[in-house]
Design a protein. Structure first.
Length: 230
């Protein structure tokens, strides 16, 4: 049955000679996989594969059947063509990290319009931001954890959960205040963190996710993100 839905592209893998299998978080159906034919050929008249780059916001018409692992697309486009996110190194590195974390943490094939709205608004902020986005990836993980069911209410709760699981995170007062601001305030709120504080908090956040998600495993984009933002 043909259905319309919006989606956030997460990742894709190559399939056979000219196709891909794309993972997309959709507004109507949650996390889905789509087989997309003919996007990797020299004869392709459009650069459709660009639509499946990290965090692209999609408008789709899909063939949907329950209890199927792989679906097909009838139509796909974006009404939000990126002007900065794939082209600025810091933003592109954040996007790669965020999509890897989302791929590892979003398991539910059930619609969550509130989560979808959060993801869409997060992407639109990062695309449009010109200043005060250096802590975006930190704020994103803290806010996402609420939707995943283990979000801390403040810095102290965050620290206590890590300490209870033998992770030695001992932030200074500035970092503690920063964590609470990142949890409670909207994106773009200035939070003064040094490079060292930012990297320590990033590592602590990944450890925090590992406490709650056993299958998280290695986060391959983490070293690149640390290097770029340093």
């Amino acid at each position: 049955m043909l259905q319309k839905t919006r989606g956030v592209a997460l990742s894709y893998i190559r399939y056979k000679e000219s196709s891909i299998i794309s993972r997309v978080y959709t507004e109507e159906f949650g996390l889905q996989s789509y087989l997309v034919h003919g996007v990797r050929t020299a004869k392709s008249k459009t650069n459709k594969i660009a639509l499946f780059q990290p965090l692209t916001l999609l408008d789709m018409v899909v063939y949907y059947k329950e209890d199927r692992d792989l679906h097909r697309l009838s139509e796909v486009k974006t009404n939000y063509p990126f002007q900065s996110l794939p082209f600025e190194v810091a933003k592109a590195s954040m996007a790669m990290f965020i999509t890897e974390m989302l791929t590892k943490t979003l398991k539910e094939e059930t619609a969550s319009p509130v989560l979808f709205r959060f993801l869409m608004e997060s992407v639109l902020f990062l695309e449009a931001a010109r200043t005060h986005y250096e802590n975006f990836h930190l704020a994103f993980l803290l806010k996402l954890s609420t939707f995943l069911g283990f979000g801390p209410e403040n810095a102290r709760e965050f620290e206590n959960q890590l300490r209870e699981n033998s992770y030695p995170f001992l932030p200074d007062n500035d970092t503690e205040q920063g964590i609470t601001l990142l949890i409670r305030q909207p994106y773009g709120t200035p939070v003064a963190l040094s490079r060292m504080q930012r990297n320590e908090l990033l590592d602590a956040l990944v450890a925090y996710y590992r406490v709650h998600i056993d299958s998280l495993g290695e986060v391959k984009s983490l070293p690149v993100l640390r290097e770029v933002l340093g």
